[in-house]
Design a protein around this ligand. Structure first.
Ligand code: NDP
Length: 285
């Protein structure tokens, strides 16, 4: 039997409607709308495309989107100055900085100078530490948080299940593994040095891929009936494909996120939900 599709496009539309209602109620109560500042250094077509998507989502939800673009040769003190300004601006509730930064600007400039309360993409070491400790007063990175929201909305229980995370990056694999652990899954983290990746993957009731290699997870690596979450975004020809061979996985898996249209649309949704929550916390003082 073909796998059931976990439809990120449809789900993100539903949640976007809920966010718009909540943002309107917030504005009614406080007289201002929750807002995000998006900082970009230099020009990068992929990054610009992503920023346009964020703007569209925030505009539709009636939330504030404030772009801040610095030239590619901006120096460290300019970037840190801008972050400090945004950290102290009452109408900026969330801040994200588009990565990668130009080579002369180390990523730590951002991670160390962002106010954790406004870190709606969970990159600050305090956010990462609070995630590790299982606390709730922080923001998890938006992409894995979106994957977890999909599982929740589709009623997929993690408690007691074997979850296998392929990939251990700070923005996707590692936080996703922690989030699944907090939902009481028994989690294995695989990476480029894992021996017999296929055998590890076949153990998974929930198999999650964040590798960055087109169609690397083949049908024979999937346990029949497993839930397969694919975070991969790989440009192939004119289109994009995931880290999972979707066609083959459809024949074996129980549930599957397609690429495109699976986990991708959920990332913006989580940025909106996190910004709304940040605004609520900041409004309480
Ligand atoms: P990284 O390159 O930072 O991490 C990739 C991970 O995959 C690493 O941990 C690496 O292992 C592991 N890996 C690489 N090759 C293999 C292999 N042969 N076998 C097992 N593991 C391997 O990527 P990201 O986490 O940033 O991104 C992963 C994917 O998710 C990409 O396709 C990216 O485009 C996509 N993405 C999607 C987003 C969305 O909105 N849906 C947002 C962000 C990313 P090691 O640590 O040993 O090097």
């Amino acid at each position: 039997m073909a796998a059931e599709i976990l439809d990120g496009r449809a789900l993100s539309k539903t949640i976007a409607g809920e966010v718009a209602e909540q943002a309107a109620a917030f504005k009614e109560a406080h007289g201002w709308a929750p807002g995000i500042a998006v900082v970009q250094v230099g020009e990068d077509p992929a990054s610009e495309w992503y920023v346009r998507q964020i703007k569209r989502s925030f505009d539709r939800a009636g939330m504030v989107f404030a772009p801040h673009t610095l030239p590619a040769d901006a120096q460290a003190d300019t970037l840190v100055g801008l972050l400090n300004e945004l950290n102290h601006d009452d109408r900026t509730n969330g801040i994200i900085v588009q990565m990668p930064l130009p080579d002369h600007l180390p990523q730590e400039l951002v991670t160390d100078n962002l106010a954790p309360a406004k870190d709606v993409d969970g990159i600050h070491p305090i956010s990462a530490g609070r995630l590790m400790q299982g606390a709730t007063d922080y923001f998890a990175p938006a992409t894995p948080a979106g994957g977890m929201e999909m599982l929740k909305r589709y009623g997929i229980e993690l408690k007691g299940k074997r979850a296998v995370m392929v990939g251990r990056s700070n923005i996707v694999g590692r936080p996703m593994a922690m989030l699944m652990l907090h939902q009481h899954a028994t989690v294995t983290i695989c990476h480029s040095r894992t021996i017999d990746l296929g055998a590890r993957c076949r153990e998974a009731d929930i198999l999650v891929a964040a590798i960055g290699r087109a169609k690397m997870i083949t049908g024979d690596m999937i346990k029949p009936g497993a839930v397969v979450i694919d975070f991969g975004v790989n440009v192939v020809g004119d289109g994009i494909v995931g880290d999972v061979d979707t066609e083959a996985a459809m024949e074996v898996a129980g549930y599957l996120t397609p690429v495109p249209g699976g986990t991708g649309p959920m990332t913006n949704i989580m940025l909106m939900l996190n910004t709304l929550e940040a605004a609520r916390r900041q409004a309480k003082g």
